[in-house]
Design a protein around this ligand. Sequence first.
Ligand code: CAA
Ligand code: FAD
Length: 380
Amino acid sequence: MDFQLSEEHLMIRQAARDFAQTELLPGVIERDEHQKFPTEQIKKMGELGFLGMMVDPKYGGSGLDTMSYVLAMEEISKVDASASVVMSVNNSLVCWGIEKFGSEEQKQKYLTKLATGEQIGAFCLSEPEAGSDATSQRTTAEDKGDYYLLNGTKNWITNGSTASVYLVIAQTNPELGHKGINCLIVEKGMEGFQVGLKENKLGIRGSDTHSLMFTDVKVPKENRIGEDGFGFKFAMQTLSGGRIGIASQALGIASGAYELALKYSQERKAFGKTISEHQAIAFKLADMATNIDAARHLCMHAAWLKDQKQNFDKEGAMAKLFASKTAMDVTVEAVQIHGGYGFVKEYHVERLMRDAKITQIYEGTSEIQKIVISRSVLKG
Ligand code: CAA
Ligand code: FAD
């Protein structure tokens, strides 16, 4: 393993850090409070190449490696996890899924706009009755010859109202179980496609999460990704990479809260000295720093394996499992270190604590990551 960062990696990290400080930090509290999507900021992220980081430049992407993506995700997530989930879904689920498995026509038609941020994508697997149990798809894509007839409801879809392109997983042949599932590219505006109400959430409140309804939507056959019945494997393989993105988001939330807590602990005085000079606080900082470093190494290891074109399913799940727990633990302690100030919005740590929780739920809950990891270790 070589985690030595190149000049290019350092430049990307600095660019993401600068962008987060100058463009995302102002207004982040207000966007969270009013559930306001970061429209202008996402547009700029597209212009800077953060929305199609790993996409081949011939399709409008930045042509970077997964390590660069981890570095940028950490920096953006330190400041605004609502913006980073948009970035994560667009990069590692939608763009990666189309680039890896889509046809040349699909890449020409959809990927170029998605990679530049001209359009935003959404990944639609979860349903009201199929979350962790993802093979139990109720949404149907009936084969009608030259098109599929799509019917059903998707739940909790990130970028639900802001996306233009939706990767929708649906059951075509129920008798074949997961082997009868397909992934279809659905465009906003297709007749019978309706966006439901926006969810009012605990965290990542600046992101837009919606249910989606499909009623007799005619999706052309050429919008299917891969062979007939490839949809579930498509979802699983795409999510494996997506989990590195969410692990990096969790890492960023943790390191953002840690940096704020470290600074505050060296300024705030109690009993005649800074609170960092009290060992109880210093030890909290030691635990936070250790877990963040461990989480960063897991993220980088998974990214490195992916860049080496080796299997990273287990390592991506480990990174997500550990980094999301670290995000929860570190943000709770960051609020504690801030005392009463940690409980109010101006100090940012309460928001980071609320944002941290989702990283243990989406793209596979912590329990699901343990299923993936345990199956892998038991297989040997
Ligand atoms: N790559 C390729 N194929 C895979 C795979 C992978 N990583 N994981 C599983 N498969 C294949 C299996 O090999 C199997 O195929 P075969 O029968 O041909 O061997 C098929 O998929 C079914 O797999 P399982 O038998 O393991 O299926 P299962 O019902 O036991 O479920 C699971 C496995 C891992 C629990 C899966 O259902 C899962 O990942 N659930 C969580 C769903 C999830 O992560 N949702 C996230 C939605 S997106 C999102 O959340 C975005 C966001 O918030 C921002
Ligand atoms: P359930 O699957 O019902 O799980 C409930 C509890 O049971 C969990 O603790 C779970 O871990 C546990 N559990 C379930 N099965 C097992 C088992 N076999 N063993 C042990 N424990 C188990 N989905 C998308 O497709 N696209 C998106 O863009 C998207 N964005 C999201 C954004 C937000 C803000 C949220 C909240 C969710 C989003 N999701 C998205 C959905 C998310 O992926 C699911 O919520 C998640 O996979 C869990 O599914 P569920 O909510 O149905 O919970």
